[in-house]
Design a protein around this ligand. Structure first.
Ligand SMILES: [Zn+2]
Ligand SMILES: [Zn+2]
Length: 362
């Protein structure tokens, strides 16, 4: 081919390549003092197990949706596309390593150990090699993961296909827990929430996780135009690196973000909430005080009055939508000049069936 023709073909092909500019929606939630809040989805699938997208799509979605980290956790034992996708258990991760690096997405190698109940499904992440997890007995798969110093968590503990009536903790789970083979638990997975798992996590000191477990393109499951987001974890890390995520997981500094709920340990959610709002006193006289409360985050904050001095008169219920400022009047009656404004943050879940209480002193 002469040079002119060659250049013509090269230009033509170049013109057909997709544009590289990509748009990222940052998730606006606060950092805790000394930590950075990383948005992580540690449970996803591609065509390399039973997912419906090529691995690169997951990285593009992660970038677009403002994630810091992702894991492609293909099922070890369930690969319905294996006639078409002939590869070992590491392949989907390998395919996207370079792309993730280019887009500054932290890619964590993981696999889903996929067994009947009990013990059910578990993700092992921070693996070096997924292939040794392909074993006959589930105990050997956990051993192989543990040998690689994996972080292991129980997926969708209340999945009705495996726990038809109640979300139960089986003897097999005690055994795995005692062996150090259960380090975290999903309290939310995609569109499902497992309230029982919140108390288990707190009592057994497991990292509280939310994941998408997405199989389709995320746009099929979430309406981003309506402000929906995939289920994910907030990881309060010392630094924005894989090592930073691992250290935070090992120390249980996580919360799950599921629909409008933030689910986590109270000792983390309390300082987190304090950074979600800015409270200023704008006016005070004998009849009361006016506060300006600004929600500086992407999270709606739903407040409900709890037991209080009835001489202090304020809202029964109040919703602070994302990025809005509110002037709230609190009236003094019976001669009082201040007091405790007590309320519950309904959508901050700190125990099974319990939201976080909060007080603003006036
Ligand atoms: Zn699963
Ligand atoms: Zn899964």
């Amino acid at each position: 081919m002469d040079l002119k023709k060659y250049l013509g073909v090269a230009l033509l092909l170049g013109g057909l390549l997709p544009l590289q500019a990509q748009h990222r929606n940052e998730i606006k939630v606060p950092d805790l003092d000394g930590y950075v809040t990383l948005k992580c989805d540690l449970h996803t699938h591609t065509v390399f197990s039973d997912g419906l997208v090529w691995p690169t799509v997951r990285i593009d979605e992660a970038y677009r949706e403002g994630l810091d980290a992702i894991s492609l956790t293909e099922h070890i034992e369930y690969r319905p596309h294996k006639k078409d996708i002939v590869a070992d258990h590491n392949r989907s991760h390998e395919i996207v390593e370079k792309q993730a690096k280019n887009l500054d997405i932290i890619l964590i190698k993981g696999s889903e150990i996929t067994r009947p109940m009990a013990p059910g499904h578990f993700n092992a992440i921070f693996l070096q090699d997924s292939n040794p997890l392909d074993t006959e007995k589930y105990q050997d798969a956990f051993e192989a993961a543990k040998k690689q110093n994996a972080f292991i968590f129980w997926n969708h503990p209340g999945w009705d296909a495996q726990q038809p009536d109640t979300t139960l903790w089986w003897p097999e789970h005690t055994e795995l827990y005692n062996k150090g083979c259960m380090n975290g638990i999903e309290v939310a997975n995609g569109g499902s929430y497992f309230p029982e798992a919140v108390d288990w996590a707190i009592e057994k000191n497991l990292a509280i996780l939310g994941t998408s477990d997405i199989h389709q393109p995320t746009t099929v499951s979430y309406d981003f135009a309506k402000g929906e987001h995939r289920t994910m974890s907030f990881v309060f890390a010392k630094e924005r690196t894989a090592e930073g995520i691992r250290e935070a997981l090992d120390n249980g500094r996580t919360a799950a973000w599921y629909k409008d709920k933030v689910i986590g340990k109270e000792e983390l959610l309390r300082p987190f909430f304090e950074k979600c709002i800015e409270v200023k006193e704008v006016k005070r006289d004998d009849t009361g005080v006016t506060l300006s409360i600004t929600n500086v985050t992407d999270l709606p904050l739903s407040l409900t009055k709890t037991a209080h001095d009835t001489s202090l008169v304020y809202f029964r219920h109040y919703t602070l939508r994302p990025h809005t400022r509110h002037n709230i009047r609190i009236k003094f009656t019976n001669g009082i000049k201040g007091g405790d404004m007590n309320f519950r943050v309904d959508n901050f879940i700190v125990r099974t069936g319990k939201s976080m209480d909060y007080t603003i002193k006036l």
